[in-house]
Design a binder for this molecule. Sequence first.
Ligand code: UT7
Length: 335
Amino acid sequence: MMTKAAITAVAGYLPENILTNSDLEKMIDTTDEWITTRTGIKERHIENDPGKATSDMAVEAVKLLCKKSGMGVEEIDLLICGTVTPDMVFPATSNIICAKLGAKNAWGFDLGAACSGFIYGLSVGAQFIETGKYKKVVVVGADMMSRIIDYEDRATCVIFGDGAGAVLLEPTKEEVGILDFILHADGNGAAHLHMKAGGSLRPPSHETVDSKMHFVHQEGQAVFKHAVYNMAEVSAKIMEQNDLKAEDVTWLAAHQANKRIIDATASRMGIGKEKVMMNIENYGNTTAGTIPLLLWDYEKQLKKGDNIILSAFGGGFTWGAIYLKWAYDGSKIGK
Ligand code: UT7
């Protein structure tokens, strides 16, 4: 029987400090009503210690993952970190995470697929398990978006938050684990969602700083249109190619960018809102962090054999969906 990769533990981390909609009302021209009805967000966690970076959130998440799974850090073979807010341009944040953890037997890399970073990472990590090469692969989705957001730009600053989630992938011979994935990318979408400077095209300079080129540039409506269409289509497609009817789907764990995009995806899949994991209200959009954070928050409700669809859309453009069968009873696990 074929070896499959199963998620056997999940953990997360959110900075303590919370930025509410009413805090934002004092900072920019916005209202709680606008943010709530247009996005579904009420509050987000923001790291306010300037000495902390993305790797620190990821380290906390992976430490908890180790504690929950009973895994020693030196057992980790590979650590993949989905992020667009690496600690530095290089070395990879995954290297920094492993060093801080003392995961001396692991190698790893960062995966730059923006909001799809976690599903890309999970699909890649699963390959190393399925081939029999590795026994323990950690996939992290972590972003400190507050470090690349302009808090004078009301169209972006209300959406994003900071956070990290992590899962452990292990081999299984049972009928659980990652069963299928569909991944897409279209670099033509870059025009609508990108950071203008800081890379080799426009290295940092006084001019790039003065022109606010180190912040997220997002054309909200264009991204929204592509997100609604593609996340819904890819989620429906993965159901179709695995002969899943709406009643077969136990949960949808969709990237938390905007509640309206998630609702549109659920409606295209024909599933009711009771099957839709949602935590955007409290965390906002944590980019690569949203999906592992959802799994962490809902873990207690997950049962062995549950059919779960993960789906995401984000900068790149990148998008895709994963079909997995949950591998354990979450009710028996402490958060
Ligand atoms: O996760 C990665 C991928 N990202 C996404 O999926 C995000 C996709 N986009 C969105 O979620 C939405 O486009 C936003 C939430 C970013 C914006 O919502 P929208 O309904 O598309 O608003 P809009 O950009 O069309 O703006 C409508 C109006 C504008 O005013 P006028 O020009 O009609 O007078 C904006 O200036 O709302 C205004 N506006 C605001 N008003 C109050 C924009 N931001 C705010 C704000 N508070 N924070």
